[in-house]
Design a protein around this ligand. Sequence first.
Ligand SMILES: CC(C)(COP(=O)(O)OP(=O)(O)OC[C@H]1O[C@@H](n2cnc3c(N)ncnc32)[C@H](O)[C@@H]1OP(=O)(O)O)[C@@H](O)C(=O)NCCC(=O)NCCS
Length: 277
Amino acid sequence: MNIVTMNEQHLDAAYALTQRLHWPHRREDWRQALALGEGLAAVENGELIGTTLYWRWGDYASIGLVIVADEAQGKGIGKQLMQTVLAALEGHQLRLHATEMGKGLYEKLGFVATGKIAQHQSRELAPGERVPPQASQSLRPARREELTALGELESRAHGQRRPTLIAELFANGDRFLVLEEQDQTAGFACLRRFGHGFAIGPIICGDLQQAKVLVSELLAGLEGAFVRIDTDSACGLGDWLATLGMAQVDMPVTMHKGKPWQPQGVRAFGLMSQAMA
Ligand SMILES: CC(C)(COP(=O)(O)OP(=O)(O)OC[C@H]1O[C@@H](n2cnc3c(N)ncnc32)[C@H](O)[C@@H]1OP(=O)(O)O)[C@@H](O)C(=O)NCCC(=O)NCCS
């Protein structure tokens, strides 16, 4: 077994691994995840048997899509992949979202559970009561010239600096919405295609009411579609999503190695994805 740098040629086999796990990623989701970060491929006899992706978002890094093929599990391959990533990310503060299967491995490598992420989704979004902006608030599409500022705003929520991700969402996402309070930028949220339908995230703003306004606007017109939002279970958005028929279907554990970021005035009410966070 060799661990090599992952490239585009591994993507079909990587996609097949997530298909076997019934994870929703499309080939396109894999392509985007790798294009924004870096990956490792565990290869045996020319076959891909394991993957791990990671994203250096400034001082803070995310790790995800840690997978070992069924028949190769329990032989130390996951551990080796993770140790290789940890060496590559030396000096970074690390964050990941662990499945039940992954948690034990990460604990042994020094990761500590710090919270939970509630995965909410609806196969066919029902029409429901939405939250309109208040008189002091307005919504508008993001503008190219403010992407740097939106990236700065986002980094205050979770410490990660992700200009390439922000640019990608602006270029290829379906909607990139900014919330203003008294004519000042207060938050933003993005809608894009992912998995079985659409995903909303990141959702970055100051409070729950603002998050509901942003999500309400992005949900408009998606009735009947598959929609997913991954939200911090402690931030309160999940209870409201459930009232819209977006049930909680999974709850991975947030884990950190190093120092968790303390949000500065804004927080992430929704993740880009569990992998990229
Ligand atoms: C999680 C996964 C990547 C682990 O890969 P693996 O190659 O089977 O793991 P390893 O054999 O390297 O095990 C590494 C260590 O973790 C431990 N470990 C693995 N799974 C564990 C579990 N569920 N509970 C406790 N410990 C566990 C092993 O005992 C081993 O410890 P040791 O070296 O001290 O004996 C693999 O099970 C997998 O792909 N699962 C499905 C996808 C998934 O859920 N990925 C995690 C995404 S966050």
